[in-house]
Every structure is written in structure tokens, then in C-alpha cells.
Design a protein around this ligand. Structure first.
Ligand SMILES: [Zn+2]
Length: 239
């Protein structure tokens, strides 16, 4: 351990001696212990480096759908533990769905002491398929354990590919386990949550049963792209 990493308050012991009102001195956990535990939890959550900077404060509010999503994301954090709703953010690329979901995950892990887990859905399915092909059941269980056991799970980009019946079944298993445990789940998807008649919806990809289960577990927000206020302003300017 380098000289610099030793806490100046407790000199690495993890405890500080505080004089109490009664005049008796007592040992108390140093704040560096709390900070260290928070860092460990954050690292264990597996947030990819490209999303590390994502916070509520840096979320770009361009229109009402984004404001609504931010409001609900904050509510999810405030209601933890014991809240009844996760969050399903749908919408096109570039509207900040993953940014917002990561911001909520971070806040829950850092400030609320939650065990968090970030999962990129396609990557997860590939790893599981690989262990399945190798008949490596133990490895498969090792992959699933932190996902099923997390206080808050972020499933990023669900429904991005059509997926095999096996992949669908696996996702179903994860989501049902989360549902049965009343565990908090955050999701992002590029697909509309409900069918609109145009193109495929999440229900088409995952099956109606699973999609409606998600709608039961989560507040669903359809984020729209673009800056509506700017569009309106420039329209006014032209008229
Ligand atoms: Zn310390």
C-alpha cells in the first residue's frame, strides 16, 4: 500500500477516537471505511466505463418525456428499499435511456447501500449460451447468481435481437425470479413497450406474457428524441 492511500484521519486502522460529551473517549468507524465500502459496491455493480460519468445531474432534459423519466427515476431511488416499481425506459437511440438508468443504479448503490448489477442483455445471453454449449452448468449458475441476487438489476437493451426460444426462456426466468422476489429491476429498450401497429414492439420480441409482467413490475416511459422547445422556437421564428 502506498503512503498516499493511507487515510490521514485513522492512519489506516479504520477507527477514529472521539471524545464524547460525557468526557469519555470512544472508538468510532472512520468515514473512510464507509467510502471504501461504497467504492467496492460500485465496482461490483459492473457499470461499463463509458457510462461511469452518468448521473441525474448530467442527464440532458430536452423534452417532457425526459423530464417525466427523470422524475420517475428519482422516485425509484427515493422509494428504495420497499418501492413497488422499477423502471422500463423505451425509445430511440441517443435519448439517454441508459444514462438515466445507470444514474439511478449508481445512486442506489452509492447512497442507498444497494447491491447493484449492470447487465448488457445480449452479452449476458451470449455468455450463458456459451456455458450451455460447453455443458458448464456451474459457470452458468455463477453468471446468474449476482443477477438474481442483486438488490437492483439493470437490464440494458432488452429485445435488441429477436433471440432464440432458449434466449427468451432464459430472460423469462430472470424476470420471473425478480418478480417473485419483488426485487427492483431497471430496463432499457429501443423498442416501443406496447405495439403501435408499426414495426416490432417489446411484446412481439419477448412475448405478451413477459412484456405485461414487465409493465406490472415497472413504470414504463416512452422517451422521445429531440428538443421540442427548440423545434417550437424555430417554428415561431420562421412564422
Ligand atoms: Zn480513515
Amino acid at each position: 500500500m502506498s503512503e498516499q492511500s493511507i487515510c490521514p484521519d485513522c492512519h489506516g486502522t479504520g477507527f477514529v477516537v472521539v471524545m464524547q460529551e460525557s468526557g469519555v473517549s470512544a472508538a468510532q468507524p472512520c468515514r473512510c471505511r464507509r467510502d471504501r465500502l461504497r467504492d467496492l459496491r460500485l465496482r461490483a455493480a459492473g457499470i461499463p466505463r463509458r457510462y461511469e460519468h452518468c448521473t441525474f445531474a448530467s442527464f440532458n432534459l430536452l423534452n417532457d418525456t425526459m423530464a417525466r423519466a427523470l422524475q420517475l427515476a428519482r422516485k425509484v431511488v427515493e422509494s428504495f428499499p420497499g418501492g413497488e416499481h422499477g423502471l422500463l425506459l423505451s425509445g430511440p437511440c441517443g435519448v439517454g435511456k441508459t444514462h438515466l438508468a445507470v444514474a439511478a443504479l449508481r445512486e442506489l448503490v452509492e447512497e442507498r447501500g444497494a447491491r447493484g448489477c449492470f447487465v448488457e442483455v445480449n452479452q449476458l445471453l451470449r455468455s450463458l449460451q456459451d456455458t450451455f454449449d460447453r455443458n458448464a452448468e456451474t459457470a452458468g449458475r455463477q453468471i446468474l447468481e449476482p443477477i438474481l441476487g442483486a438488490d437492483v438489476l439493470l437490464l440494458d437493451d432488452i429485445g435488441v435481437t429477436r433471440g432464440t426460444p432458449w434466449a427468451r426462456e432464459t430472460l423469462g426466468l430472470i424476470i420471473n425470479e425478480r418478480y417473485n422476489a419483488s426485487a427492483l429491476t431497471l430496463l432499457t429498450t429501443n423498442l416501443p413497450a406496447a405495439g403501435s401497429g408499426e414495426g416490432e414492439s417489446l411484446a412481439d420480441r419477448l412475448g405478451v406474457r413477459l412484456a405485461s409482467r414487465l409493465a406490472e413490475m415497472c413504470w414504463v416511459v416512452e422517451l422521445q428524441g429531440g428538443d421540442f422547445r427548440r423545434t417550437i422556437k424555430s417554428a415561431d421564428f420562421r412564422s
